[in-house]
Design a protein around this ligand. Structure first.
Ligand SMILES: Nc1ncnc2c1ncn2[C@@H]1O[C@H](COP(=O)(O)OP(=O)(O)OP(=O)(O)O)[C@@H](O)[C@H]1O
Length: 248
């Protein structure tokens, strides 16, 4: 289980996270929604250790991930970056196997390639793709490669950062379904940040809405549409009018 408790983070005088508390039970998929600039990325970066929170705690199965537990945590986690973030100079299979051939648990190259091919197959890409470079692939294929990389080391925890950005609605649906299937079969605990309501409906067990530095609403995805919170309603219906202040 991932437990985030009373997390605070300000940049200078500007508070971004003002006491975020969230729990993600093992094997569950949490999707964090919220408007631009509400701090979704900052929350993810705090969990990853890229941003140091001012106060609060983050634990995985009871162990603090912000201090000495960070390396152990990172070894058990995978991530699909926004825009896939592949290394242009490496062929596809080496992108997928990136972590498998580095670090204390590194595997021999041939074994890493075998694993990469198996993960590529899992995301619907055949062996003919393995030696291509990312620039030779469509956006949807790159996203699949990013997903194969995220699951390459069979992580216990996976983060998805805007997994459907830049994809057409049909490809977004395909990627959402693939994420859902793979996560269920791996039993992984996942946190996804997204603006895309189709991703929320496809991927989430539970949804948390971040607003004004706090979790404004948190509940099962099945309860989202009937929830009465006006901020949540405005967000999921995409209404210009409502309590959320926007620049026009
Ligand atoms: N390193 C930083 N230094 C200063 N301010 C920062 C830094 N990182 C983020 N911020 C500020 O924190 C706020 C939240 O940013 P964040 O990127 O987390 O938003 P977001 O919810 O992920 O938005 P989007 O959906 O547009 O990606 C913004 O006002 C941003 O300017």
């Amino acid at each position: 289980m991932i437990a985030i408790s009373d997390l605070h983070k300000s940049f200078g005088a500007a508070p971004v996270l003002r006491g975020v508390t969230l729990e993600v039970p093992r094997g569950e998929s949490l999707v964090v929604i919220g408007g631009s600039g509400t701090g979704k990325s900052v929350l993810l970066k705090c969990i990853l250790g890229l941003v140091t929170p001012d106060s609060g705690s983050i634990t995985l199965n009871g162990a603090d991930v912000t201090g000495t537990g960070r390396a152990a945590f990172l070894a058990r986690f995978g991530m699909l970056f926004q825009g896939a973030a592949l290394f242009d100079s490496l062929p596809v299979w080496q992108n997928v196997a990136f972590r498998l051939v580095r670090g204390p648990d590194r595997r021999p190259r041939a074994e890493a390639r075998e694993i990469a091919l198996a993960k590529l197959a899992r995301v619907g890409l055949g062996p003919e793709v393995a030696d291509l470079h990312p620039a030779e692939l469509s956006g949807g294929m790159q996203k699949r490669v990013g997903l194969a990389r995220a699951i390459a080391a069979d992580p216990e925890v996976i983060f998805f950062d805007e997994p459907t950005t830049g994809l057409d609605p049909i490809m977004a649906g395909v990627i959402n379904d693939l994420i859902r299937e793979i996560v269920a079969e791996m039993g992984a605990t996942t946190i996804t940040i997204t603006h895309d309501m189709s991703s929320v409906r496809a991927i989430a067990d539970r949804v948390a809405m971040l607003h004004a530095g706090k979790i404004r609403w948190h509940g099962p995805v099945a309860e989202m549409d009937s929830a009465e919170d006006p901020y949540l309603r405005q967000f999921i219906t995409g209404a210009a009018e409502g309590p959320i202040e926007t620049l026009r």
